[in-house]
Design a protein around this ligand. Sequence first.
Ligand SMILES: [Zn+2]
Length: 470
Amino acid sequence: MPRNLHGAIMEIEFAGAAREVTGSCHIVRVNGKTVLLDCGLFQGRRSDADAKNRTLPCPTEQIDAVVLSHAHLDHSGRLPFLASHGFAKVIHATNATADLCAIMLADSAHIQESDFAFLSRHGRDVNPPLYGVRDAARAEELMERHGYDEWFDVCSGVRARYVDAGHILGSASVVIEAITGTSVTRVVFSGDIGRAGLPIIRDPVPPSDAADIVIMESTYGNRDHESVATARDHLARVVRETAARGGRILIPAFAVGRTQELVYDLQVLAREKGIPPIPIIIDSPLATAATGVFERNTDVFDHTEEPVRDIEQLFRFAQLTYTSSTAESKALNARVGPMIVIAGSGMAEGGRILHHLLNGASNSRNTILIVGYQAENTLGRRIVERRPVIRVLGNDVELRASVEIINGYSAHADRTELANWLNAVRRTSPKLRTVCLVHGEEDAQEALSGALHAQGYSVKCPALHEKLAL
Ligand SMILES: [Zn+2]
């Protein structure tokens, strides 16, 4: 391995989220140690993703530690797989990330186990689950918790610090520092970068340490979003209009993050009388559990937001109910009058939202409100495309409900915000050599790479397993 000018030795291997958006995993080898930044699930077409997920990023006995950026499964979802293959060293995480992983990894394992049982019962020849609930619990036991902005030892000769990435609760950018003799090499890994002004969580903080290399996400490197500020007004209008015609507002939403943001905005609107006093139902056990994690981590909320300061129970108010049992969920179908139902999954690929769509999508008084990205080949995408007939739980349903789309809740920085974040890092990084773009489709990476080149950056878009020596 070549030495750099200061004599430090480091190699970075891009073992996931390389020219794609899932499977985040970067291997840092330095001073004879191997550290993984993230170990996420590859998602997408089942057979391709499954083969990648079953390949370890490197032999587990070589890994000295994992540093996790945040709890989303495309960053954390293969930690139980590592644990099931003998990894028993430390997984570093922020407090809220460790709390969220406890419920999200268990949920992911549970879904894999029950899907496997269901498909096997129906005679399908499918691979066994990647891991089970016990492996998820084992990964959770390996987690060591840290606050933001405190240096911690990753392993000998390597330390790190978490800086708020403002993406989801507990999300962080990571500064990794390797000390060799008297020289220091620093890698800044962005994790997923959020947006200023998102409800509940703080704004992203670009690390101010002098970086030699930046590994940066590029999910929305080719587009700008609707502003965060208009999302709440848009939500209010949809609720008022639908309630006025006696309909229901059905919202497929991710259980962690998006649901809590909607609840927060709905409470603010209810207090301002910006929406009528109709029932609001959170019909998702995972969302209920995630809300509990939010309530235990209020110290990392954005205390500059008025509602965070002034409202004691951000996620509990008179109009709002959390369902518990499946029976309670199904009983909602028999209720009359306008209401708001928020349920998973976020892309309407599974979960309780399907029952509500089966019953409600053909009623022209209702609205299906889309508040998150809908990938190709999902029911959510077909709803966005306003297909005249959609297939729900094996039934053809005429799509007569209104479809409304709010993009302002996106938890990812857009191209302008990504460039601003990087420019801030560059201001404190006189020796910054290269920016490696990860976690983006090729179109997004090409666009962002071009824009950054024009601003004088040296940019790489590493391929899977490409290595960078410094
Ligand atoms: Zn994320």
